[in-house]
Design a protein around this ligand. Structure first.
Ligand SMILES: [Zn+2]
Length: 403
């Protein structure tokens, strides 16, 4: 719910920003940011409740807009910010990535990728993901984002409202857990580690032991604690990994997500145009890659949409989820290209989590080279392959070593 509100507020902020001539934008500007731009304004001296909320929404949006070269662009027909896609693949991923840039211990990696295997509706998986990434709108989190509120939990008034407290320790949650038939850890839930608690719950859920009763709860608990011990051991041994500067290189997606880089090469409507995609996991391993050539493509925006169509269709056919698509050029919406947009939207319905990001050329080199092989080396045959393209191997190794 909190997240949904944030998405709505983001939309409100977007409206003001993108339509400065609108009445609501002008009223707010006169009152709150007459002498500064919307980007810089604070909450003013006596901000109204609505304005504070809009500022909060704007903070979230601005964070996205300014995040290096990554701009969230929702795939709506008119190219405006959409609540639905803002909600679909939240910035939890990026937030998590920035906190955990170092290599994760194996057990933690396993947990992150296991989230997607839980037999539960996407909503539940998404919720677990966000609770682990620290991206739920509890008071303590809002406070660390600079929102001036009292962090005391309204449920019990006895503790600060953290994610761990709300989910596991607040009076009502404790009662709920007691009444549920979920086997609890014998020593109770951890006081401060959402990770350990989720590890326990996920191992219970993934093994589906509640329904099948294959193992008695005691054994599940033992298993969970074994795993927790391994995690603690792995964590304390974790070496300081050296951070490679990655400003100008391809960057790895977070654990559990995949990155699909798109390439486009277009010269003019008479020449063949090339599109490509490369799908890589969080280790930088190539899952698969593809090239396709098209004739009679009228503009580079159309080429960019063709590339996106081809990539999304391939991902759907491969039943691939959790994808960050990276494109060089955001296709400009135009009425005569709406038919492709509609097709892409229909295909995206089949992908559980996705996001579309803008990427600069230096971060997209391998995909660009594959697309250019159509226009510069006349490689017209289309393919999808899972083996590394031999002629790009050294580049791909280099890209795989970056963050
Ligand atoms: Zn409480």
């Amino acid at each position: 719910m909190g997240r949904f509100n944030q998405a709505l507020l983001g939309k409100q902020a977007w409206r003001i920003w993108s339509r400065p001539e609108s009445l609501v934008a002008r009223v707010l500007q006169g009152r709150y940011f007459a002498r500064s731009s919307f980007l810089d304004c604070g909450t003013g001296t006596r901000p109204s409740f609505a304005w504070r909320n809009i500022i909060h929404g704007w903070e979230l949006l601005k964070k996205d807009l300014s995040k290096e070269d990554s701009i969230r662009w929702s795939f709506t027909k008119d190219g405006t910010y959409s609540t639905r896609s803002g909600y679909q693949f939240t910035d939890a991923l990026l937030e998590f990535q920035s906190q955990h840039n170092q290599a994760l211990p194996p057990i933690e990696k396993k947990l992150w990728s296991n989230i997607w295997k839980i037999k539960a509706p996407p909503k539940i998986k998404h919720f677990i993901w966000r609770s682990l990434a620290g991206a739920l709108a509890v008071k303590e989190r809002l406070q660390t984002r600079g929102i001036p509120i009292d962090a005391t939990c309204l449920g019990c008034g006895a503790a600060s409202e953290s994610i761990c407290h709300v989910l596991f320790h607040c009076d009502k949650s404790r009662q709920t857990w007691e009444l549920s038939n979920v086997p609890l850890p014998p020593a109770g839930f951890s006081r401060n580690s959402v990770f350990l608690n989720m590890l326990h719950l996920i191992s219970v859920m993934n093994n589906n032991r509640l329904e099948q009763k294959i193992l008695p709860p005691r054994q599940i608990v033992t298993l969970a604690f074994d795993e927790a011990e391994i995690w603690i051991a792995a964590n304390s041994l974790q070496a300081e990994t050296e951070q490679v500067s990655s400003a100008k290189a391809w960057s790895k997606p977070p654990v559990g997500a995949f990155k699909c880089n798109l390439g486009t090469s277009w010269i003019n409507a008479q020449s063949k145009c090339g599109v490509s995609w490369i799908l890589r996991d969080s280790q930088g391993n190539i899952i698969s890659h593809s090239r396709r050539s098209y004739s009679a493509v009228r503009s580079k925006h159309e080429a960019s949409l063709r590339a996106l169509f081809w990539a999304v269709e391939s991902m759907k056919n491969m039943r691939q989820n959790n994808i960050i698509f990276e494109v060089l050029l955001f296709p400009r919406p135009s009425p005569n290209l709406n038919w492709i947009v509609a097709q892409i939207n229909a295909l995206l319905e089949h992908i559980e989590f996705w996001r579309l990001d803008h990427v600069v050329e230096e971060r997209n080199e391998a995909a660009n080279l594959i697309a250019k092989s159509v226009t510069t080396r006349r490689k017209y045959h289309s393919y999808i392959a899972s083996q590394d393209p031999a002629w790009l191997q050294s580049l791909l190794i280099l890209e795989g070593q970056s963050q």
